[in-house]
Design a protein around this ligand. Structure first.
Ligand SMILES: *[C@@H]1O[C@H](CO)[C@@H](O)[C@H](O)[C@H]1NC(C)=O
Length: 451
């Protein structure tokens, strides 16, 4: 029982998942790519096509893309059987329900886990039929479910960036729900580019280009992280949304894929088909969100800028009040090390660094910039290698499988600590070294109890 408790605590330490030029809106559907993908025998084939598709590359961090019916058997990825298969395991999921005060509160799917009880089938049933409806979700699902593990591996191979998959299951809402029926998630932004794979039921998505950065009126400093808007008490008000760019709305059906660029504000609803309203036995809406985690793993131009100054022994602090929205979003762009490979990164980052701090004269030499670009390129490769191990032979039913998930999270933090060392970023190194040491202690504890 102590062992289960430790596993539970450790699993809660797993990372929960973390634009660029003004978007040219109104080209969000992509028939040619849909056509190309259609008939891919397997949902996992999608990534090799996406990674080599010029349509996807030109949409990347610019505008959304809706690919219709590209996967013939989307349920193979995740379905209700996959969910019920969790009964008897110690996998920790969440449920999110709207509380009477209107806020959204996540809690553990299995509250009895703390006392060592495995997840019961009846708990899953209760979550699926609760009123008001709640969303069940699993973070880092690639290290919990074998099908999602394989899917994550395919995406690593096709896109060559670190990824993280979360799964969301939302019961159908009835037409009798209150003022905002079926509105499951309020308008917010995320810190990754995401690909949404609808596997069951339907869901309506409403997307808006990134709102202007929220700044202090006197100093112009950025007051709320542009990639966590609409969270932790922050609200995106309608006046922030550009009247020039009307929202893009689409309904995802099973087999559809939607690309949502980093920083785009979005909300979802399950009340998408009038014909489904109030129908009994309607399918829940199930989707897997594949996040491309360039921001989480220090693979953005902003991270590279930090690395260059740190490596050169120069100050990297910056007054964001003097940085334009456009340059800010460029700094959030992914380093071109995966399917986005370009030859011009050294010039691009040097230009961006000059634009962000035009008064600064101590730009490091080209040799230094090239060295640090290589350090980040190696760092990306290591992160992807760790994830490949993490997503191979996943098994939520064994202790070994769960241990591996923890080991993977630990190894990712180790890559970050090493990056800190290489660019001489001591604070960064210390922060991740502490995470690694905490994970090592827990792994040692687990091993002691297993032997
Ligand atoms: C549903 O999921 C299970 C387990 O993940 C899988 O074995 C089964 O083939 C899936 N069903 C369909 C229709 O794909």
């Amino acid at each position: 029982m102590i062992k289960t408790l430790v596993l539970f605590l450790v699993l809660h330490l797993l990372p929960t998942s973390r634009s660029s030029a003004p978007p040219s809106v109104n080209s969000p559907e992509c028939p040619s790519l849909s056509q190309l993908l259609k008939g891919s025998a397997d949902i996992n084939n999608v990534f090799s096509h996406l990674g080599s598709s010029s349509a996807f590359k030109s949409a990347w961090q610019r505008h959304p893309l809706h690919l219709k019916a590209v996967t013939p058997n989307p349920q193979a990825l995740f379905n209700l059987t996959t969910l019920y298969d969790l009964a008897g395991t110690h996998v920790s999921g969440h449920i999110t329900q709207k509380s009477p005060d209107g806020s959204w509160k996540p809690s553990s799917l299995n509250p009895e886990q703390l006392s060592g009880q495995p997840l019961k089938k009846s708990t899953i049933d209760a979550a699926l039929t609760s009123s008001p409806p709640s969303t069940i979700s699993f973070n880092t699902a690639g290290s919990l479910f074998p099908t999602i593990g394989d899917f994550s591996l395919s995406s690593l191979a096709g896109l060559e960036y670190p990824v993280n998959v979360n799964v969301y299951i939302t019961p159908p809402t009835s037409s009798s729900s209150s003022s905002a029926p079926g509105q499951i998630v309020p308008l917010h932004t995320d810190r990754q580019d995401v690909l949404i794979f609808q596997t069951l039921g339907t869901k309506t998505w409403t997307l808006h280009p990134p709102p202007p950065l929220k700044r202090d009126p006197s100093t112009n400093a950025i007051t709320t992280h542009p990639c966590t808007r609409g969270k932790a008490g922050d609200v995106i008000s309608p006046s922030e949304l550009s009247p020039l760019s009307p929202p893009y709305t689409c309904v995802l059906n099973p087999g559809d894929v939607l690309y949502v660029p980093l920083g785009w504000a979005h909300c979802t609803s399950t009340d998408c088909k009038a014909s489904m309203w109030g129908k009994k036995n309607a399918d829940p809406s199930v989707h897997a969100t594949l996040g491309i985690d360039t921001m989480v793993w220090a693979l953005t131009k902003a991270a590279l800028r930090w690395g260059i100054y740190s490596y050169a022994g120069l100050g990297y602090n910056i007054d964001m009040g003097k940085v334009s929205d456009k340059d800010y979003w460029e700094s959030m762009e992914a380093l071109p090390f995966g399917f986005l490979e370009t030859e011009t990164i050294v010039d691009d980052i040097s230009d961006l660094m000059k634009r962000m701090q035009p008064d600064r004269e101590d730009l490091p030499s080209r040799n230094i910039v090239e060295d640090v670009v290589e350090i980040f390129r190696e760092h990306k490769k290591k992160i992807v290698e760790v994830q490949k191990r993490m997503y191979t032979d996943v098994d939520p039913k064994t202790e070994e499988g769960m241990r591996k998930a923890v080991q993977g999270a630990r190894d990712l933090d180790m890559c970050m600590a090493e990056l800190g060392l290489k660019v001489k970023g001591s604070a960064f190194y210390e922060m991740y070294r502490e995470k690694v040491m905490a994970a090592d202690k827990q792994l040692a504890l687990l091993d002691k109890m297993t032997t």
